[in-house]
Write a protein that binds this ligand. Structure first.
Ligand SMILES: NC(=O)c1ccc[n+]([C@@H]2O[C@H](COP(=O)([O-])OP(=O)(O)OC[C@H]3O[C@@H](n4cnc5c(N)ncnc54)[C@H](OP(=O)(O)O)[C@@H]3O)[C@@H](O)[C@H]2O)c1
Length: 393
């Protein structure tokens, strides 16, 4: 395992961190896509996986209250028994939701519940979860920094950071608003100008923040066999790495990146990603290598996929539309086409079961979407693409 630096802290994080948002579940995952809303975590497998990750050198585990309906924190807590807790830094998040937090007095019980589920007396890295303009204002309205400093003083949390899903200008404003230890941003070689993006990465690093990366594989999309027009670019460049490996190496190449979190859901994935981390180093990619990534990005973007990462923050839809599934079906069919990977018909079937045509444009989903996808407009296009508008008319 390669170990890197973590902002101003005298601590070396493993290049690869374990994201506990997509743990193995008992019931079969629909369309092969894991979901952090499934609560039936296969605990023996999840515990085995997390412990194997730690044995493989991973020293950072990231979870959050909403993952797997609260069961991720429970599973992580169990995995870290028997001496494993002392071998890792543990990160979880302060997640604003009216279900749990409506005012400042809800903060202590929320954190105490997390400590109980995680079976620990402290959180090493505590994040204000998924900051957008409105969440940032809500947190400030609660006097969050006074609370955090009291909580650091009483030892329940060690360091404060934030994760981010909004535009880069807000990101810079937030970076400058407090003496943060770290932040977590979405970044991969496709999404270089999305949300914080590369500009935000560089900005936070110059301010001394450690940066952990979420969605390095775009929720798994970049680990799949690329569509033919993109695959041809890698082949022509003589690149024989696996899709996941080339995605990770692009991030580890950057000096600003402290940890790349991946939500691994099987032992095979863990082993592949550990091996990938072993090969990593800052500056491993040449300008020529980076130019190939740029060409691959352009080719992929030319296919015009919807930038949905299956986070499911848009769910549940009041009309029962399975938005992530509709978008996944659309993306698969648009990218891979009729001669794609043999399940175009299957994707058609799924699209028919998503209820995309039931959208009444209420906008609840667009308010919740961390990627700011114009969902209503896309649902219209998906409905029409799959011919569902004519059926429902
Ligand atoms: N703070 C926030 O707002 C926020 C938001 C998102 C994520 N996060 C954190 O960041 C972590 C990382 O994000 P992510 O889970 O989206 O990471 P990711 O690495 O982009 O996606 C993980 C998915 O990629 C697939 N995968 C991983 N390794 C693979 C391999 N070697 N070969 C093939 N497929 C592979 C798996 O999909 P399958 O399960 O389908 O096989 C896995 O579930 C999360 O787990 C969570 O802890 C935080």
């Amino acid at each position: 395992m390669e170990y890197r630096t973590f902002g101003r802290l005298d601590w070396r994080p493993s290049a690869l961190g374990f994201g506990a948002m997509r743990l193995p579940t008992v019931s079969e995952r629909r369309n092969g896509i894991s979901t952090h809303q499934m609560t039936d975590i296969d605990e023996p497998r999840a515990i085995e996986l997390i412990r194997a990750a730690i044995e493989g050198g991973i020293n950072y585990v990231d979870t959050a209250r909403p993952y797997h309906g609260g069961q991720s924190e429970v599973a992580v807590g169990k995995a870290l028994l028997d001496g494993y807790r002392e071998r890792v830094k543990l990160a979880t998040k302060l997640s604003l939701s009216p279900r749990w937090i409506q005012a400042a007095e809800d903060l202590d019980p929320f954190l105490d519940g997390q400590l109980e589920r995680l079976q620990t007396d402290h959180i090493d890295f505590y994040l204000l979860h998924g900051l957008s303009r409105s969440r940032w204002e809500q947190f400030q309205g609660m006097g969050i920094f006074d609370w955090a400093e009291r909580t650091i003083a009483d030892g329940r949390i060690r360091h404060l950071g934030f994760s981010f899903h909004d535009e880069v200008a807000l990101f810079e404003e937030i970076v400058d608003a407090y003496d943060w230890t770290f932040c977590q941003i979405l970044l991969n070689y496709m999404d270089v100008e999305f949300q914080a993006g590369v500009r935000g990465l560089e900005y936070a690093a110059t301010r001394g923040l450690a940066i952990s990366i979420m969605e390095p594989l775009r929720g798994g999309q970049l680990a799949r066999t690329p569509p033919p027009s993109v695959g041809a670019i890698w082949t022509e460049a003589g690149d024989q790495r696996t899709p996941a490996d080339r995605s990770f190496q692009w991030l580890w190449n950057r000096p600003e990146v402290s940890i790349v979190l991946s939500g691994m859901s099987s032992m095979d994935q863990l082993e592949e990603n550990l091996a990938s981390a072993d090969r990593s180093s800052i500056g491993s990619l040449s300008d020529a290598d980076l130019a190939v990534y740029n060409r691959a990005r352009d080719a992929f973007m030319a296919l015009n996929p919807i930038p949905c990462t299956d986070c499911k923050y848009c769910q549940p839809c009041p009309q029962g539309v399975d938005i992530p599934l509709a978008f996944s079906a659309y993306n698969e069919k648009t990218i891979y086409g009729e001669s794609g990977r043999g399940f175009t018909a299957f994707m058609d079937y799924l699209a028919r079961g998503t209820g995309a045509e039931r959208c009444v444009a209420c906008g609840t989903c667009e308010e919740a979407c961390p990627q700011q996808i114009p969902i209503i407009e896309w649902l219209k296009r998906v409905t029409s693409f799959f011919g569902l508008d004519s059926e429902s008319a």
